[in-house]
Each structure stands twice: as C-alpha cells, then as structure tokens.
Ligand binder design. Structure first.
Ligand code: URA
Length: 463
C-alpha cells in the first residue's frame, strides 16, 4: 500500500507518474490533501522503478485532471488517479459519459469552471499607494474551489500594466513588471478594507443598474450571496434588490395577465363554436374530469403556423389552468428557445384536457390516459385544429401521436416519417419533454438534441 499527501496538480502528477508507470492499481494507493504551503510528504511513492514504456495520457485527460485538482474535496486525488489508471487500460474512457467516474469528473470540472467564471466576475481591486507613492491594486477573493491559478491568467491579460495582487485563503497571486508569482497569503488584517474610489464606484453602480430590469431570482443565482461581502457594491445590491423585487413581481403579474387574457380569448372561441356547448370545461365524455381541478385548454396564437400537442396537463398545469407551465414546460421552453421558436407565436395544447393522476402519499402522480380517453378528447383537439388551421402539428410523445395520427408507432420510428394530418397539416413527431426529465444524463442529452432538431425542422417546414 502506498500513500501520498499532495496539495496541487503538479505535486499529484509527480507522485502519480511513477506509480502509473509501475502499474500500481488505484486500490493500492491512498491519497491525502496537505495543508497549503506545507512541504510535500510522501511515503514510498518515489522509490518505484518506472516501467520502460513512457506514459501516454491524452491532452484532454491532462486538462481534465488539472481542473479536477482544483475541486476542493479530498476525494479528488483518488478520482484523478483512477481516471488516469483506467484511461491507460481504456484510452477512450472519457467518451463514455455514462461511466460513473467520468460522470462525476464532468460534474466536478463544471463546478470548477463555474467558479473560475465567478472569479472573473466578482474580483474587485482596491487601490493602495506604497511608500514610493506608486499605485498598486489588491483584491480579496474567497472561492469555493481552489481556482486561483486557473482564474488568474484572465487578469494578467486584462491588466498587464498594473501592479496587482489577488489574495485568497489558498494563496496569493502577484503580478509585478509583467511577471506572475504565487506567494503565501499575507495577514488579512494588514490589507486595505476600502479605498477612496469605493464611494464613487457605488454611486456609479447605482446609476448603471436599471431596477426595472432586475430579475431577483436570476440575480441571486448568478451572483450568490456568499460573494457579496467582498463586493464594494453589495450595500447597493441589497437596496436595488428590494426595489427590483417589487418591480419584478409587478412585471410578472402583467405578463401573466396578458397570457391569461389570450388563453381566455381562445377558450371563448372554442365554446362559441355551435356544437361545443360548455366547451371542454363541462366535458363528461370520459371520467378524468372527476379528479381534476379544471380543464386545461390550449393557448397561444390562434393564427399560429405551428401547433404543439402534448399529452395531458400535469400537476402544476392542473392547478394553474395553463398547458406546459410545470417542469416539462420548462424543458420545452428551453428547447423552443434553442430551436429559434417563440412560445408566443405558437399554439400549445394537449391531447387530453384534464389531468389524470393517482395518489402516491401526498403527491398526485401522473397516469397516462388510455386510448379511449385520448379518443374521447379528440373532439376538442379537432376543434382547435379547425380553429387555428396550423400548417405543422408537432406531436410531443406517444399520446399526442395517437391523438393526431391514430398511430401507435415508437417515437423513434415515427420521427423518421412524413405523416399527414386529416386537416392537410403536416405532422412532426418528436419526444415529449417529460421523457428528457425521466432519462439518465446521457440519454437525456440525446433526447434533448432530438427534440430541438425536430422543433427546428418544424420551424423550417412552417416557413
Ligand atoms: N405534459 C404535457 O403533456 N402537457 C402539459 O401541459 C404538461 C406536461
């Protein structure tokens, strides 16, 4: 059994290389993290005789390992060694996204890259003047992961002519005369807390920030509160957020009212048709209505070239009375955006207008409508098609395909077909957004790509 204590990628690499060359399996190795700026300790790892053949690790793997080394968690060194070891046995390991080690490494690397991005966005320099009267700039940053070395090159390019220092609890980067050095972090008490520009910066920030455009949840997501204490503008942010909150709520209510008005207009259009007495709201053609809160009708543009047909409302849709406003709706919105489609220019509805569910504890679990229920509800879907007269009908998933084409083919095969609708519209069949939510990460990625591709095709056909 070997063990080593390392603190960064370079040290890990120096220990791992001879171990890998000597074919020491991951189970024979124990990795520990050392405290920063402690000399490297290792037990026995360097006495190994390297194998004759040199190690061949791909550029992609080395870059991934460098990123993983910054992930602040002790298990990183084991995972890195396992990945390097296994890549030597299976050179295309990294292409296997479903492999648990690769999957974990990808998640960790994304977290590190996000943190680098946060460092670029949230480092704030404060001005200091030394004894000679020269100006220097100093920033304090507390990253979640050890990203100082990954984040610093950005500042070297951005401020090449300034003398600056970025201090973190893990170490400090110093940029002097175009040269970068890493040193131990000085005592924080000796560093400046504010500078003469602070007031100016806060006033500037307040003025450039348009409260009416703040989206508070998005702002909190992009600028987590743990960064605030090192931002001079944080005092302003609190006030701006409070003001933004009420303006955001107002804007949301207005947008919602507008959508509801459109939806109601469509409902009226449906119930106004001669043989739709009462409309789907009063429909008793099957029994699903008994347990549903309300009928969820289609909404959107009544002159849309593209009609999207889902299966049936989900839990959230049933409560809010609008189609695709729950988790599947968020996947759909995202895919529509990527495919270059605006939700407002489409007509969105479901094959079945009431929510069918079964109780599971306190939750209402979606239950797929059966063929007779889909067929009973076709009455309303046909009315929508004759009202809207879309050129393209996108069937999202199997129930929608059954409703618009009477077909029971798999989505995989129906996607390849040109299917005409009785109205003359063309049917484009694709995966339902819920299938993406249910799939494992690798499949979800594939299904999402198909959904976006099919929506793009629908857009092109409609044009
Ligand atoms: N799934 C659907 O098919 N339709 C909705 O409206 C919501 C989820």
């Amino acid at each position: 059994m070997y063990s080593a204590c390392v603190q960064d990628y370079a040290q890990w690499r120096d220990v791992a290389r001879p171990l890998l060359s000597a074919s020491i399996a991951p189970e024979q190795m124990e990795w520990r993290s050392s405290v920063r700026f402690e000399p490297l300790a290792s037990d026995g790892a360097f006495e190994l005789t390297p194998a004759a053949t040199p190690l061949r690790l791909s550029r992609q793997l080395i870059e991934l390992l460098q990123t993983l080394a910054c992930y602040r968690q002790p298990g990183r060194w084991d995972l890195m060694y396992r990945l390097a070891w296994r890549s030597l046995q299976k050179p295309r390991l990294l292409e296997d996204a479903a492999d648990p080690d690769v999957h974990r490494a990808t998640q960790m690397a994304s977290a590190v890259n996000r943190e680098v991005h946060k460092m670029h966005a949230f480092v704030r320099f404060r001005e200091m003047t030394d004894e000679q009267g020269d100006k220097k700039y100093y920033a304090w940053f507390e990253p979640t992961h050890e990203v100082l070395r990954l984040g610093v090159p950005f500042f070297c390019k951005r401020f090449p002519n300034m003398e600056w220092m970025i201090a973190t609890p893990d170490g400090t980067a110093l940029w002097q005369d175009g040269e970068l050095k890493y040193v131990e972090t000085p005592d924080r008490a000796s560093l400046p807390k504010a500078d003469a520009h602070e007031g100016l910066w806060r006033t500037y920030y307040r003025n450039i920030c348009n409260v009416s455009r703040i989206n508070p949840p998005a702002m909190r997501r992009e600028m987590p509160q743990r960064y605030w204490r090192n931002l001079p503008e944080s005092v302003e942010i609190q006030t701006l957020l409070r003001e933004g909150q009420s303006s955001f709520a107002l804007r949301q209510r207005e947008a919602m009212d507008l959508e509801m008005t459109k939806a109601r207009a469509m409902q009226r259009a449906l119930t106004d048709l001669p043989d739709y007495s009462g409309g789907p709201t009063a429909c008793r053609r099957c029994d699903i209505w008994r347990n549903a809160t309300q009928a969820v009708l289609g909404e959107g543009s009544t002159s849309a070239a593209i009609m999207l047909v889902g299966e049936q409302p989900g839990d959230e849709e049933d409560l809010r009375g609008r189609p695709f406003v729950g988790p599947a709706g968020r996947v759909l919105d995202d895919a529509l955006k990527t495919a270059g489609l605006e939700r407002g220019e489409l007509y969105i509805t479901n094959a079945v207008k009431h929510f069918k569910w079964q109780p599971r504890g306190k939750r209402r679990l979606h239950k797929r409508p059966d063929a007779s229920e889909v067929s009973a509800c076709n009455h309303w879907l046909d009315a929508e098609v004759s009202q809207v007269k879309p050129r393209i009908i996108v069937a999202l998933g199997a129930s929608a395909l059954r409703a618009v084409a009477g077909m029971t083919d798999s989505i995989e095969s129906a996607r390849q077909l040109q299917i005409p609708h009785a109205s003359g519209a063309q049917i484009v069949c694709t995966y339902h957004p819920s299938a993406i939510l249910r799939a494992d990460p690798e499949n979800a990625h594939q299904l999402r790509a198909h959904l976006i591709g099919d929506l793009r095709r629908a857009r092109e056909l409609a044009a």
